[in-house]
Ligand binder design. Structure first.
Ligand SMILES: [Zn+2]
Ligand SMILES: [Zn+2]
Ligand SMILES: [Zn+2]
Length: 289
């Protein structure tokens, strides 16, 4: 499966659930790639640290701020290799007349018997999983019939997890409701519902709202000029002057700012020319200096 680098950055970071092929869903485990060395790391880490600082510390979990020694825990890479695993491991029989649900514990177990135990029909992944604001994801909770255990369960998918039901087709149960679906609790204990219980939210496997990639837009200019500019007290004015085309380079702007004093005034001719340029840009004319 081939995806572009930017697709990986937005949709295939660790924890993301995605459709791998027509009928198979997976969850990203790791992303790796070659190390990027031609970036201005100081600026990037500083921006990441500032972004992360907006989150309460406990919500960052173990994610360190990339400052001082902790920068060593970060690596800037080009995303080239995505490792993923099959997810979720809860399946249902693809034959509508059967629909028995089977949950596997390991990938090996699936490989050993990837068919419905009851009718030998093909299996497909159940289309729901749980996600919580804290970032955790988990398979949906499968209830147990008191008489028949898990063997004859089916998932009555109404299209919405809230109204879907679990039914048992064992002798005597005959398709009766075992349990309405339940949102699984989350152990993070944050963001409780109105009833004070902390619950994850069920999403379909294709629901893009369950996953949000964080990003920061940066223009990378790896040069000593840029680093000097970043620290320059007049960088705001220089940026505006550069944007308006009044200076051709950041360096020129810094030179001008460094050498200029308040007694450095434009000659009347220079001012005329500058004002004409401003008016060409659509800025309102000023009558006095
Ligand atoms: Zn079956
Ligand atoms: Zn039963
Ligand atoms: Zn949580």
């Amino acid at each position: 499966m081939l995806r572009s680098h930017s697709q990986v950055l937005y949709s295939y970071l660790p924890g993301a659930v995605f459709r791998h092929e027509d009928r198979v869903y997976g969850r990203v485990v790791t992303v790796d790639g070659s190390r990027l060395t031609d970036l201005n790391e100081a600026v990037i880490f500083d921006e990441i640290a500032r972004y992360l600082e907006q989150w309460p510390e406990e919500d960052r979990h173990d994610l360190p701020l990339p400052r001082d020694m902790r920068i060593k825990e970060y690596r800037l890479i080009r995303p080239e290799q995505v490792k993923w695993e099959l997810f979720p491991l809860t399946f249902e029989c693809a034959r509508p007349s059967c629909g028995r649900v089977r949950t596997f514990r390991t990938f090996e177990d699936i490989a050993k018997s990837p068919r419905c135990k009851r009718c030998d029909g093909p299996l497909q992944q159940l289309r729901f999983y749980n996600a919580h604001n804290c970032g955790q994801t988990k398979q949906i909770y499968v209830p147990r019939c008191a008489v028949h255990g898990y063997d004859d369960l089916s998932f009555d998918n109404t299209g919405s997890f809230l109204t879907a039901t679990w039914r048992c087709h064992g002798a005597g149960c005959n398709g009766g409701v075992v349990q309405r679906t339940n949102m699984s609790p989350c152990n993070c204990r944050k963001w409780p519902g109105p009833d004070k219980v902390v619950r994850m939210r069920a999403h379909t496997l294709d629901d893009s709202r369950a996953y949000h990639a964080h990003s920061i837009d940066l223009v990378n200019i790896d040069s000593s000029t840029f680093q000097t500019y970043q620290r320059h007290p007049a960088r705001g004015q220089i940026a505006v002057a550069h944007y308006l085309g009044l200076i051709s380079t950041l360096k020129e702007g810094m030179n001008e700012a460094d050498t200029r004093t308040d007694t450095d005034r434009m000659t009347p001719e220079e001012w005329e020319a500058r004002q004409a340029a401003y008016e060409d840009m659509g800025l309102p004319p000023r009558t006095s200096r």
